[in-house]
Design a protein around this ligand. Sequence first.
Ligand SMILES: Nc1nc2c(c(=O)[nH]1)N[C@H]1C(S)=C(S)[C@@H](COP(=O)(O)O)O[C@H]1N2
Ligand SMILES: [Mo]
Length: 423
Amino acid sequence: MSAAGSAAHHETAYDQRRLRQWLAGEARADGVTRRRLLTLLAATAVVGGLPAAGPARAADASVVKPLPPEWFVRRGTNAETRWDALRGTGHHTPNELFFVRNHTATPVLDAADWRLRLWGDGLRGRPAEGRPVEFGYDDLRALPSTTRTAFVECAGNGRSHYATQQGETATGTAWTLGAVGVARWRGVRLSHVLRRAGLSAHAVDVQPRGLDAEYVSGGENLGRVRRPLPLGKALDDVLLAYEMNGEPLPYDHGYPVRVLVPSWVGIASVKWVGDIQVSAQPLYSPWNTTFYRLFGPAHPEEGSAPLTRQTVKSAFELASGASFPVGEEQVLHGRSWSGAGGVVRVDVSTDGGASWRRARLHDRPRSGTWTRWSLPWTPTAPGPAHLLARATDTAGRTQPDTTVFNTQGYLFDAVVRHPVTVV
Ligand SMILES: Nc1nc2c(c(=O)[nH]1)N[C@H]1C(S)=C(S)[C@@H](COP(=O)(O)O)O[C@H]1N2
Ligand SMILES: [Mo]
C-alpha cells in the first residue's frame, strides 16, 4: 500500500473506531452530529478505497464491510456467503464476498500501534509470566514472506442439515454451506517467528489470542477468543497472515494480522491476533474443551479429542430452490473441498440420488483448497427435484449419506440434497 493509502487507512480506522465507540455508548460524540460522522466516514472510505461504515451498518455494528442481501445471509454477529453469488468468481473468494464469523464484533485496529507479544515457559529462559518478546507490524513485514491458497471454514458449516436432512437438533449458528471461503494468504511462517522468539525444546502448545472483545456465553465471561495449537502443526504450515488476495487483511478478516491454519477448523485461525502463549505444558481454553469437540450419544462423555482437520464437503453454485426451464441444457457448477487432501473425484445426481454421473474437474486437486467442477444437465420433467454432489479426496474419504450426530453440530459431511424446481 502507498504511503498516502496507508495514511487514509489509518484515518479511516480512527474514524470507524470512533463511530463504533460512539454507537456502543463508550464515547461522547464530542459535538459531532451522527450525520456529520457518517458523512466523514463515507468521505474517508472513498479516499482510502475501503468499505464505508454507512448508515446500513449503524444498526448492527458487528461487521464492518457491507453485507448486501444478494451476497450474504446475516446470522447474528455472522454473515454467511450465498453460494449463487460465487458463480463465476474464480478459484479465490473475493474479499467482499468472504463469510464472516465473529464471536462478538470486528475491532477496528491500527497497524501502527499493534504489537504481537510472545510469552510463556515454552520460550528459552522465560518464566511462565515473564516479559514478552514483541514484534511490530513492520517487523513482521520485514521477515521473509510466504504465500499460499487455503480455505477458512467454520467447523459448524452445514450445521442446519442435521435438522433438515436428519431431523436432529444441534446448538449453534444454523449455517447452510456458506461458512467457507478460499483466499490467497500472504504472511510470515509462525515457525519462523517462534524460532526468532527463542522456542525451547520443551514447548508443546502455542495459544494465539484475539484482540476482539471478551466473549460472554450463557452469562459467563469466557475471555478473549483463544485456542491452543499443538507445536507440530504450529511448526508445519501455519502463517501469521497480513494479506488476503493481494490486499491488506480487511478489518473483518483479522486486520492487521491473523493466524491461518490450513485445512483445520476455522476457530484455529485466530483473527486480530495480539499475543501467543508458548507453553511447556498442554493448554486448555473453552475453545478446545467445551467447544470444538464432539459430544452426543455416539461420542465419549468427556467429548472427542479437540477438532483439527475439516471433513469433505460439496456445494452447488446455486440458490436453494433455483428454477430451471424444462428441456433446456444447463451446466451445473460447484466446488468440493476436504481437510485431508485435494478433491480428486466428484459424482453428481440430478434425480435425487437414483443415478450418478462423474463431474468434470476444473482445478488440479490441491490440499487445503477446493476443486471446482461442472456437469451438463437437461431437466426432462417439470416439478421439484434434488441435486446431489458427492466428493472423494486424495486420502480416499468420500462423503457419506448421513453424518453421525454431535450436539453442537460440527463437521457435517454428508451429501447435501439441494432443492430446485423444474418449470
Ligand atoms: N479473534 C477471533 N478469531 C476468530 C474468531 C473470532 O470470533 N475472534 N472466529 C473464528 C471462527 S469460529 C472462524 S470460523 C473463523 C472465521 O474467519 P472469517 O471471519 O475471516 O471468515 O475465524 C476464527 N477466528
Ligand atoms: Mo467457526
